[in-house]
Structures are given as structure tokens and as C-alpha cells.
Design a binder for this molecule. Structure first.
Ligand SMILES: Nc1ncnc2c1ncn2[C@@H]1O[C@H](COP(=O)(O)OP(=O)(O)OP(=O)(O)O)[C@@H](O)[C@H]1O
Length: 809
């Protein structure tokens, strides 16, 4: 016989015992597995074993009664006497149902407890003789019994709730039972106890005893259930930290979803974290980025702080912490690239190639930072580009002109609204590599004010010893700039702050001669403009004399930027004609050039004739835009010994004028005047083109000559220009920018230049064709200058009168 476990729970099926039924002593017997049947129970049994089916049939055929005993070992299919308990239940068969698989479903009701006295028959089914065991009278309920009953009820409730099988119906029945024996049977049958324990309850006849036994078992069971529950909760606690974090995060997400915050935010975070994982950066940067990401996760997506953190994280992703381009260090290729883009500049190209050669041999070299100094448009920036091209590096250009705020270099701290990293990191972000050629233009025009001094930040950037840990205020983390190749440019070196200049190697570029400009125009500028304006080389013809006119009448510069612009203008005009259907070729000649470029902007220098004009001298000056002529006019007027200087002269130039006057005073004998003469006249020195500020000591000899000429009344010879500093004792000191000054003289058609003797060594830098056209007169002393310009003046008899310089004719 088999018992379906799922049906054993029909514990509430209690019926009233049939009191007046006669129970015979001999009954068919059926062994049941898995269950102990208690008093009053109604229970369905599934019967499959042939002996059991026979026993049921026997019972059905007589008085429907059956003795039920439980097997000690439920696995035995054919139990013998020793395998069966002695105490069982006389039950009544209430209903039977044949199942399709041949088994019987039998509904039985327990009637009375009984003990097997003897076995009368074993086959085909058991028949036994029994002794009924009457349930003793319900004893009087004492306080103790009541307490016991309550304990049993409470413990049952607890156990069921710990097991999660608490049913209010069952609890109602349990709470309503007043008889201890019945309570013990009901609880005992529902506790899923071991068979042996259930059987023990069944065999305990005394109801109070039985209830006590049940209470003991309940107690044990409760302990087990509590420990079991604790184990489960401990296991939960031991869940790893990460798992818990995971759950917490899930909860946050759930909360966010609940609050209506879009899920796209978490997707964005996920995306950011994925990108951060992939991005190569130093450990310290990665750690900080992760920290920021975690902060971002906790924030509301619309919070202003979240935007700040997100922008900050974007910078982590955008900066080229480890991305470098591969250097191409083939010197032949580099030389070709440099030649391709620039004409001449041999010395400079050579220096660049040396630099690259050192890099090739020693990749970690911390070479000096190169600073190109020269007038505008001579190719400083484009040289930087060519270097980048030659090395296969990216190029970035930053103009420092007028920069006054340190934060432009270093960035603002993140606490500022709209803060960003400085221009250095911005530049690196835009090129995407950490080793570009980084050109800083106009380093001579950097300023400083109350917001800090950008040059001090630049000191760190440009110092190869320090710049591997450059700290930007915004990123607030060191960034390695040591792979960047910095190149700076300036128009003049004397205004570059000393400590900065100290860190750089100055490479001087000067202006181009007419001939050089012609070659550059023919080889580089014109072809480029032709291409840019979309015309064909055959459609335009400019001969050299016309080009010369364009250079000398339409531009006035040391470099070639305006020349390129002028050629661009010509090309545009031709492009229009071609677009309108013209075929060309269009010839630009001396006669037609005005049609293209309008009237000439610069005419040959006037006022060059100094003859007959004492006090008028032509000097040579060097300005940011290259060499310039400097006309110095001097008048001697009756007065009280005052020196008047006009024409926006700088401090140094004013001092030169003072020194020139003192020198003249000391030479009063040669000038033929008494020392008092100088107290009776006012001297006015004027340098025309008054709107342009002028400064520098190199006009010393020019001013002295002008004074000599004005006082002596002798005019300076024609066609001479000069440059040189002078001491109080008349010694002539060297000057800079000789090539540019010579070029300016040549542009004006001057053939003789007086230069300090010490500058003679610089003549090698002056192109051959220039030296052919100009005679250089090196001098050591002011006397020689006077000799060359005014001739012999000593021994004058009559002291000169104060005279104003004659008006120009
Ligand atoms: N030697 C040269 N050969 C060919 N082209 C040249 C040469 N020098 C200058 N150029 C051209 O002249 C133009 C102006 O040069 P670039 O902009 O480099 O001047 P720059 O010296 O940097 O001026 P700035 O000081 O104003 O920045 C560029 O188009 C450049 O190609």
C-alpha cells in the first residue's frame, strides 16, 4: 500500500467517532507507509500492493472495517511482522475509487486505537486479532494542563510561521480544542514529525502524557526551526560586499525609475565607465576619474554639480595622456620637407636638422626650446609647421600676444563657473596626441597684471626639467608635457622676460632682400595663390620687372605676407575673368599692374637729399617690422640751453640725445664755439613719423651727426645712412638687425652705410647681392663718422648763429 504525501495534510478532516459500532476482534490488516494515522482522522490512502488491495476488498465485503498499522521502514514493499508497529488504528472504509493505473483510492476514517494481539493469516492479506485501546476519560483541566495546552498552541503557531505554512483555519481548530489528548493527536499529525516520533505519540495512551510529549517535540522542533532561520539570515549577511553594493545600486536605480528619472542617465554613466575602462591614462588619473564617476552616479542628473563633474570626466577622456604619434626621423626626408616649403633660410634649416639628428640618436633628449625671432611674415610660423610635417607630428599654434592672465595657461579651478583647463591642455586635446609641435607665437608680447603673470606659468611649461608634472588648475593633476616639442616665436628678443629667454635658444630670422622675395614669389607664393584661386598657371604671366614693382611699390615689409596678399589679389581678379569665360593668358606688366592692384601704395623715399640742409641726417632703425629709415632733423634756436625732443622718442633714445649733446659740448673746439654757446641756444631734435614710437640706442651716431651738422651749419653728404650707438667719449658701439637695416637702405636707394666696426663680423650674413650694391663703412669713433659725413670741420673761425633748419624744398 502506498500513501500520497500530498494528501496527508488533510488534517482538518476530523469526523466524530461512530460510538455504537461493534468492532470484531479479527480484522483484515493493511500496512501503511509514511504516515501514522491518529484518532478521528479522515484520510485518503492510495493502495497499490496486491495484499493491501485484497485487505481492502475483504473489509468492503464484510463490515467495512480495516486495521491500519504503520511500517517501521517505509521502503519495504513486502513487510513482515517484525517490520510493522503493533499499535495502529481500526478504521472504516468510507469510499473507494479505482484509478486508471489499477490502484485504489480509499478514503478511511479512524475509529479506535488498537493493538495487534496476533497474526491469523499472512497471505494473500494479513488478518489479525486485535485489542482495542480505549481513550481514557478526559481528566480535569488543571492550571498546569491549561498552561501546557497554551504552550503547545503557541509553539505550533511559531513553528508554522517560521516554516511559512501558517494557516488561520488550522489555528482556529487548534485553539478551539479543549481536550488535551485530541490536541496532542491533531498537532502531532500535522508537524511532519519522523514516523518513529509520531508512532510514539500514538502509543502514549495517557492524554496529558501525550500532550507533554508533543510539547517536548515541539520545543525541539522550534529550536531547530529557529537555528535554521538564523542560518539563512547569517548567510544573507555574509553576502559579499560587492553583491551588497550591487543590490544597493539596483535599489538606487529602482528609486530613480520610481522618481521618473530617465534611464538614459544610467546608460550614460555606463557608457562613461566603459570609456574610462578603455582609455589609457596614468594610474593616479584613472583613480581620480573613477572617484568622480562614483560621485556622478549618486547625483541627480539635472543638478548643476553633475554637469561640472561630467565635463571634468569628459576632459579625462579627451586628453591624450598616453596617445603619441610616431616620429619620422629621416633626416633626408626632413631636409626635403623644409626645402619644399621654404626658400633660403639655410642656417636655420641646418639648425633644425641638427636638432632632429640629436632626437634621432637620443629620443629622450631634453633639447633646448627653440625661439624664432624676426619680423612678421618671414616664415616663423610656417617653419614650425614644416618641422611638424618633417617629423610626422601634429601641429598646434597658440598666440600668446596680449595674454595677461595666468589662468589662460593653467586654467581656472573647478570651483569657478564655466572653468576650463588652460590653453596648453586645450591645445593637446584638439590635436589628440601628447607629442605635437606646439608653437607659441608672440612670446615677446605677453603681459602681466593683477591676475597673475602668465610668463611664470610658461616658465614651468617650457622647462624640460619640470614640465613632466605640469599642473593645470582645472585638472588638478599632473600632466606630462615632456614629449611636446615647444617652439616659440617673437618679433624681438629684448622684450621677452629674462628667465624665459634664458630657457630658449634664439634663432634670428631677418627680412628678405628684393631678390629673395622675387624667388619666394615665383617659387612659392604665386604657385600657391594660383592654386588657391582655381586658375591655371598658363593663364597668368608676371615678368620679373613687374614683380619688382609689386614688391617695392605695393609692399613695404621685411617678410612676404603682404606680397602674398598682393599676388592673391591679382589672382582673384584673373579668376573672375576666367569664370566669366575669358581664356587668357593675362599678362601683368608694368603698365597694367595698376589695373589689378590700384595706385601704388609706396613711392620711392623722398627727403633723402640732405645736401643744403644742415641738421638733417638719415639713420637706420630696426623695428618689429624690420629695418626702417630714420630721418633726424635738428634745429638750433636762440634760447637758454634747452634740449627739446619730439617725435615719440623712447627713454633710451632720449638719453642718446642727451649723450649726443654732451659729446658735442666736449667737442666745442672742433665745432668752433665757446662752451657758453650752448647756454645761449635751445636745440630741437625731431624725428618725423611722430605717430610711430621709436626707441633704442642705435640712433646715437645719427643724432650726434645731426647736432654737429646743425651747429656747424654744414650739410651731410648725399646718399649716406648710418647706425651705431655712441659713448660720451665718442666711441661707436655695435648694434643689432644689420641685415634688416641694410635692406631698408637699399629699398630707399641708399648706397653707403656707416656701421660700427664691431658689426663687421655680421656682414657675412648679408647676402652677396646686397653687399655688391651697398658700401659699408665700419667706424670705431665718432670722429670718423663726422669725417665721412661732413668732411673736415675743425678750425672754424666765426661762431655759428642759431639757425633753424631750412624748410624742405
Ligand atoms: N623663405 C620662405 N619661403 C617660402 N615661403 C615663405 C618663406 N618665408 C615666409 N614664407 C611664407 O610667408 C607667409 C607668412 O609666413 P609666416 O606666417 O610663417 O610668418 P611669421 O614669421 O610667422 O609672421 P608673424 O610673426 O606675423 O607670425 C607664409 O605663407 C609662408 O609660407
Amino acid at each position: 500500500m502506498e500513501f500520497d504525501d500530498s494528501l496527508s495534510t488533510s488534517m482538518g478532516d476530523f469526523g466524530e467517532q461512530t460510538q455504537d459500532l461493534e468492532i470484531p476482534e479479527s480484522l483484515p490488516m493493511m500496512a501503511v507507509r509514511d504516515v501514522v494515522v491518529f484518532n478521528y482522522m479522515i484520510i485518503p490512502l492510495f493502495v497499490g500492493r496486491p495484499g493491501s488491495i485484497d485487505a481492502v476488498n475483504e473489509g468492503l465485503n464484510s463490515n467495512k472495517l480495516l486495521m491500519l498499522v504503520t511500517q517501521k521502514d517505509p521502503t519495504k514493499d513486502d513487510p513482515e511482522e517484525k517490520d510493522l508497529y503493533e499499535v495502529g488504528m481500526v478504521s472504516m472504509i468510507m469510499r473507494t475509487l479505482k484509478l486508471p493505473d489499477g490502484r485504489l483510492k480509499v478514503l478511511v476514517q479512524a475509529l479506535s486505537k488498537a493493538r495487534v494481539r496476533s497474526y491469523q493469516q499472512r497471505k494473500p492479506f494479513y488478518r489479525v486479532e486485535i485489542d482495542l485501546i480505549d481513550e481514557p476519560e478526559t481528566p480535569e483541566i488543571t492550571v498546569e494542563t491549561e498552561a501546557l495546552m497554551r504552550t503547545v498552541r503557541e509553539q505550533t503557531e511559531k513553528i508554522m510561521s517560521l516554516r511559512g505554512i501558517l494557516s488561520s483555519d488550522l489555528m482556529m481548530i487548534i485553539n478551539n480544542i479543549e481536550e488535551p489528548g485530541r490536541l496532542a493527536d491533531l498537532v502531532g499529525s500535522n508537524l511532519r514529525l519522523k514516523i518513529s516520533e509520531s508512532q510514539k505519540i500514538l502509543e502514549t495512551i495517557d492524554p496529558i502524557e501525550r500532550l507533554r510529549l508533543v510539547a517536548d517535540l515541539l520545543h525541539k522542533e522550534l529550536e531547530v526551526s529557529t537555528v535554521q532561520a538564523k542560518i539563512q539570515s547569517d548567510a544573507k549577511e555574509e553576502m559579499s560586499r560587492s553583491q551588497r553594493e550591487y543590490f544597493l545600486r539596483e535599489q538606487i536605480q529602482a528609486l530613480k525609475r520610481e522618481l521618473g528619472d530617465e534611464d538614459s542617465y544610467s546608460q550614460e554613466i555606463e557608457e562613461l565607465s566603459k570609456q574610462l575602462r578603455k582609455k589609457k591614462m596614468p594610474k593616479y588619473a584613472k583613480k581620480e576619474a573613477r572617484k568622480q564617476l562614483r560621485r556622478l552616479e549618486m547625483m541627480h542628473p539635472d543638478a548643476s554639480e553633475a554637469t561640472i563633474v561630467r565635463t571634468y570626466l569628459d576632459w579625462f577622456l579627451d586628453l591624450p595622456w598616453k596617445e603619441s604619434s610616431k616620429d619620422v626621423l629621416d633626416l633626408k626626408v626632413a631636409a626635403e620637407v623644409l626645402d619644399e616649403d621654404h626658400y633660403g633660410l639655410d642656417r636655420i634649416k641646418e639648425r633644425i636638422l641638427e636638432y632632429l639628428a640629436v632626437r634621432k640618436l637620443n629620443a629622450d633628449t631634453k633639447g633646448p626650446i627653440i625661439c624664432f625671432v624676426g619680423p612678421p611674415g618671414v616664415g616663423k610660423t610656417s617653419l614650425g609647421q614644416a618641422i611638424a610635417k618633417a617629423m610626422g607630428r601634429k601641429f598646434y599654434r597658440l598666440s600668446l600676444g596680449g595674454m595677461r592672465d595666468e589662468a589662460e595657461i593653467r586654467g581656472h579651478r573647478r570651483t569657478y563657473i564655466g572653468a576650463l583647463p588652460g590653453r596648453i591642455l586645450q591645445g593637446l586635446k584638439s590635436v589628440g596626441t601628447n607629442n605635437p609641435v606646439f608653437m607659441m607665437d608672440e612670446i615677446d608680447k605677453i603681459g602681466d597684471d593683477y591676475r597673475g603673470d602668465p610668463s611664470s606659468a610658461l616658465l614651468e611649461v617650457l622647462d624640460p626639467e619640470q614640465n613632466n608634472t605640469f599642473s593645470d588648475h582645472y585638472m588638478n593633476l599632473p600632466f606630462d608635457l615632456s614629449k611636446v616639442m615647444f617652439i616659440t616665436t617673437a618679433n624681438r628678443s629684448d622684450t621677452i622676460p629674462g628667465p624665459l629667454l634664458d630657457r630658449m635658444e634664439v634663432i634670428q630670422l631677418s627680412g628678405y632682400t628684393l631678390e629673395e622675395k622675387m624667388v619666394i614669389a615665383n617659387k612659392y607664393l604665386l604657385p600657391r595663390q594660383i592654386k588657391e584661386n582655381g586658375i591655371k598657371p598658363t593663364q597668368i604671366k608676371i615678368d620679373n620687372p613687374t614683380l619688382e614693382i609689386i614688391i617695392s611699390r605695393y609692399t613695404h615689409e621685411a617678410g612676404v605676407r603682404n606680397l602674398e596678399r598682393a599676388l592673391g589679389k591679382v589672382c582673384r581678379k584673373i579668376a573672375r575673368k576666367v569664370a566669366e569665360g575669358g581664356k587668357g593668358p593675362y599678362v601683368i606688366s608694368e603698365n597694367t599692374v595698376e589695373k589689378y592692384l590700384g595706385p601704388p601704395k609706396f613711392l620711392p623715399e623722398k627727403d633723402l637729399d640732405t645736401s643744403g640742409q644742415p641738421g638733417l641726417v638719415i639713420g637706420l632703425a630696426w623695428t618689429e617690422v624690420g629695418g626702417e629709415l630714420l630721418h633726424i632733423e635738428t634745429s638750433v634756436l636762440p634760447g637758454k640751453g634747452k634740449l627739446l625732443l619730439t617725435g615719440q622718442l623712447g627713454e633710451v633714445m632720449k638719453e642718446s640725445a642727451q649723450a649726443a649733446l654732451s659729446y658735442c659740448r666736449s667737442r666745442n673746439k672742433e665745432l668752433g664755439v665757446e662752451p657758453e654757446y650752448f647756454d645761449s641756444v635751445d636745440i630741437h631734435i625731431h624725428v618725423p613719423a611722430g605717430a610711430i614710437p621709436k626707441d633704442g640706442p642705435s640712433a646715437g651716431i645719427t643724432m650726434t651727426t645731426a647736432l654737429f651738422s646743425a651747429i656747424s651749419g654744414k650739410a651731410v653728404k648725399r646718399g649716406i645712412a648710418m647706425t651705431g650707438e655712441v659713448t660720451l667719449r665718442g666711441r661707436v658701439l655695435p648694434i643689432g638687425g644689420l641685415k634688416d637695416k641694410a635692406l631698408a637702405a637699399l629699398r630707399a636707394g641708399i648706397g653707403k652705410i656707416i656701421i660700427p666696426e664691431e658689426n663687421q663680423k655680421d656682414l657675412v650674413e648679408i647676402p652677396e647681392e646686397l653687399r655688391k650694391k651697398i658700401t659699408f663703412h665700419p667706424v670705431k669713433h665718432m670722429d670718423e663718422v663726422i669725417e665721412l659725413t661732413l668732411g673736415k670741420i675743425s678750425g672754424r673761425k666765426t661762431p655759428p648763429k642759431a639757425t633753424a633748419a631750412k624748410e624742405d624744398k
